[in-house]
Write a protein that binds this ligand. Structure first.
Ligand code: UTP
Length: 471
């Protein structure tokens, strides 16, 4: 059938009409986008998620998580952690780990122009998130003699700009061939009533990235899974671009994952309050799963055990270890992850090509989520971490989870490290430490810092401790 015929058969005839009205390059632009559409998939999504009921686990099927490895509190647990750490270091040394930085999102809430990774989060040097994460990769490679290739997930919306930023900064000191960009797919936004695909301009569809679950098919399509196999990589560590605190490829986590024979693992922190907007690791239908905060009924979110602790406490910080085998299984013949709907406000043009700026959410976007791979894993492992050492994301421009809270938490963490090394840190009237930055190439944790402090090092005011000479 012709393109126009296919569109009409799929109930998207308005796009065939829109194409008819265009000429020249504009027509070719829209045609290329239309030809790249998976119309059968869009039809299925419209049927299921626009006209049908959104998928939701029944509340009674959600049970507390099992077997979470807690933060060590006694000597036996500390010994187990040391063993896990050694196992994780061995994986890194053996070149069996690849790091994947998820950076394909649109960062709408932060409202920053450009990829979120280009956000200058650091209080003194103004260094950007990409730089900070790349420095951690460089430090890990040196510390463990690890190959540790870095894959960066981008989307068609930010791929060119992201590559340019890395190139302009000399890949932040990483060998260019060790930084590999993988572009995720996109899906069109549709009208929330009719399911009609929206156009953001007369010659352009309203496309957006297909969610961080898009990582999995994108890795396959880019040949990255084959490349990993050829290089001996068995385990992928995934992390999000907007969490500067995170300990990338923490050996203890990788070691627990490997020793448990897990196919997919997750790091969690204790939720602060029932209403904190954080997904939790739980058991759904007898399998490990992430339950989004919007899908966890209030009654379950607030439920407490006999010690008064939240039963659904295990808030996911969206860090995973995933076996390459599992990714291969999940992407054979298209993705196996379920699609979710998000109702959003999407400015667009109408059938007469007039701009429409809707006051209310008018559209449905479709996304898959990486954490939905969890129930497919034969075995999973969940590791508890201390929030103050691992998690302070930059999601919003102001308020909670914003640049201000991330800077505060980074300052506090750096101050704790320094104080453990016997260096006193001045504090302001509000009790908060002065601004401090410690380059990850100087130290990735307090123990490493103890050996890396310049002799007689003191903190008298805002202090940025750069990389050691030669790093
Ligand atoms: P979020 O879901 O927080 O989205 O992504 P976001 O794009 O950063 O911000 P909002 O929701 O538009 O305000 C969490 C992580 O997943 C990545 C993001 O780049 C971020 O690192 N992500 C998200 C992708 O890589 N692809 C996507 O399609 C969505």
């Amino acid at each position: 059938m012709s393109l126009a015929g296919d569109l009409r058969a799929a109930g998207q005839g308005h796009l065939a009409d829109a194409l008819e009205r265009l000429e020249g390059e504009a027509r070719e632009r829209l045609r290329a986008q239309l030809e790249a559409l998976d119309l059968a998939l869009v039809a299925r999504l419209v049927d299921g998620l626009v006209r049908g009921d959104a998928d939701q686990a029944a509340p009674e099927a959600i049970e507390p998580p099992e077997g979470v490895v807690p933060i060590p509190r006694d000597e036996a647990a500390r010994a187990a952690e040391r063993e896990a750490c050694a196992a994780g270091e061995e994986l890194l040394r053996a070149g069996r780990v690849a790091a994947v930085l998820l950076a394909g999102g649109q960062g709408t809430r932060l409202g920053f122009e450009g990829p979120k990774g280009a956000f200058p989060f650091a209080p003194i040097t103004g260094r950007i998130l990409f730089d900070h994460h790349a420095a951690k990769i460089a430090a890990l490679r040196r510390r463990h003699g690890a190959a540790l290739p870095l894959y960066v997930l981008t989307s068609p919306q930010n791929d060119a700009e992201t590559r340019t930023i890395f190139a302009r900064h000399g890949h932040f000191g990483l060998a260019p061939e060790s930084v590999r960009f993988v572009v995720q797919g996109t899906l069109p936004a549709v009208d929330r009533e009719s399911g009609a695909i929206l156009r953001e301009a007369p010659d352009r569809l309203a496309l957006s990235p297909d969610g961080h679950g898009g990582l999995l098919p994108a890795l396959r399509a880019a040949g990255a899974l084959e490349q990993m196999r050829a290089e001996g990589v068995t385990t992928i560590f995934t992390f999000q671009v907007d969490n500067p605190l995170l300990r990338v490829c923490r050996p203890e986590f990788l070691g627990h994952h490997a020793r448990a024979g897990a196919e997919m693992s997750t790091i969690v922190v204790r939720k602060r309050a029932p209403e904190e907007k954080m997904g939790v690791i739980a058991r759904v239908g007898g399998r490990t799963a992430m339950v989004e905060y919007s899908d966890l009924p209030d009654e379950l979110a607030a439920r407490r055990d006999e010690r008064g602790e939240l039963v659904f406490w295990a808030g996911s910080i969206a860090v995973h270890a995933i076996e390459v085998d599992l990714v291969e299984r999940l992407t054979e013949g298209g993705t196996r992850l379920p699609f979710h709907r998000a109702v959003k406000r999407v400015p667009h043009v109408d059938d007469a090509d007039r701009p429409v700026d809707p006051p209310e959410p008018n559209a449905v976007k479709f996304e898959t989520f990486l954490f939905d791979a969890l129930p497919h894993a034969e075995r999973t492992l969940t590791l508890e971490a201390a929030r103050e050492d691992e998690f302070s994301p930059i999601k919003n421009a102001e308020g909670p989870d914003s640049p201000a809270t991330a800077r505060r938490d980074l300052n506090r963490m750096c101050a704790r490290w320094l104080e453990r090394c016997g260096v006193s840190v001045p504090r302001g009237d509000d009790g908060e430490p002065v601004d401090i930055e410690i380059d990850p190439r100087r130290a990735l944790d307090a123990d490493e810092l103890a050996a890396a402090l310049p002799p007689g090092f003191r903190v008298e005011g805002p202090t940025a401790l750069g990389p050691p000479d030669g790093a």
